[in-house]
Design a protein around this ligand. Structure first.
Ligand SMILES: [Co+2]
Length: 292
């Protein structure tokens, strides 16, 4: 565990998030937004830990721009920008929801408030279930609904931090381990549940076993050398391939189960979803919110 790398990743992620928050995105394409956020990360000598997620309205998470994605941000859209930064493999994860329609202001601020309340109690030994309870209580108090099957997580894979109160076993936060807390909120008439959509534009290597197709194995090698098992997007590989070949080879790697494709996550009643997120590291004496 390298605290310095975490702090560095957190500082960069926070700076990039805050400049994304200040920008006026209406009229920009999702491609332009993703590419410019990622360029900013790279300009600070860090790497994206995953393709920037730009999920709009009822899409809660896991949408990133396709190569040359022409989808425009429209007036009234609710855009979640979820940013991961890694410095030598140490990851900070943070998100902001941008929206210029005052109609959704209360929803957006509820996610921020729920995150703030969760961060207030997150310390070494805090139970993840207590964080879930605080998030749920705060969201419900404002008349909205948490997305119950989306959760925060430790940055070392495996543990999830719920956005609702769940009975039964829970784990306690450990000192010097990084956790992302990320409430997702929808409206009262939402289902409060997300489902996998058809669109898949985030990928990750799951096996390096050769598929015995020279071109596909070459692509697998390039992906491994650049991203290892971290998520990637096809637009990150268009420097080496034209889009058509890339899609054909990626499809082959997906079929052979060398590469996993992550579907977008869509609100069950197609209602608007908002998100806020910080990464924090509890210590023996307090807590370090690295993306503040
Ligand atoms: Co995130």
């Amino acid at each position: 565990m390298n605290f310095g790398c975490y702090l560095q990743a957190g500082k960069i992620a926070a700076e990039v998030r805050d400049s994304a928050r200040k920008k006026y995105h209406v009229g920009s394409t999702l491609f332009e937004i993703c590419e410019s956020v990622e360029a900013q990360i790279r300009s600070m000598n860090a790497e994206p830990a995953f393709p920037v997620n730009t999920s709009v309205n009822e899409v809660a998470a896991h949408y990133t721009a396709e190569p040359n994605d022409a989808t425009l941000v429209k007036e009234g859209d609710v855009l979640k920008i979820d940013i991961g930064v890694h410095v030598d493999g140490y990851i900070a994860d943070t998100a902001v929801t941008v929206c210029y329609d005052p109609k959704h202001e209360a929803l957006v601020s509820t996610a921020e408030t729920a995150l703030g309340e969760a961060v207030k109690i997150a310390r070494t030994n805090t139970k993840a279930s207590d964080i879930g309870r605080v998030i749920e209580t705060t969201i419900t108090k404002f008349g909205f609904k948490p997305i119950q099957n989306l959760s925060g997580h430790s940055l070392q894979p495996g543990k999830s931090i719920p956005n609702i109160w769940t009975r039964g076993s829970s784990f306690a936060l450990l000192p010097n381990e990084a956790y992302a807390i990320e409430p997702f909120v929808t409206t009262k008439d939402g289902q409060g549940v997300v489902y996998e959509g058809k669109t898949k534009n985030i990928f990750g290597i799951t096996s390096r076993k050769p598929v015995k197709d020279k071109e596909a194995d070459d692509l697998l090698g390039i992906i491994w050398s650049r991203y290892k098992t971290l998520p990637f997007a096809l637009r990150w590989l268009t420097d080496k391939y034209d889009e058509k070949d890339l899609r054909r080879l990626a499809d082959m790697l997906i079929r052979k189960k060398n590469v996993h494709a992550y579907p977008i996550l869509v609100e069950g009643h197609n209602k608007i979803v908002v998100q806020a997120e910080h990464t924090l590291i509890p210590t023996e004496s307090g807590v370090n919110i690295i993306t503040l």
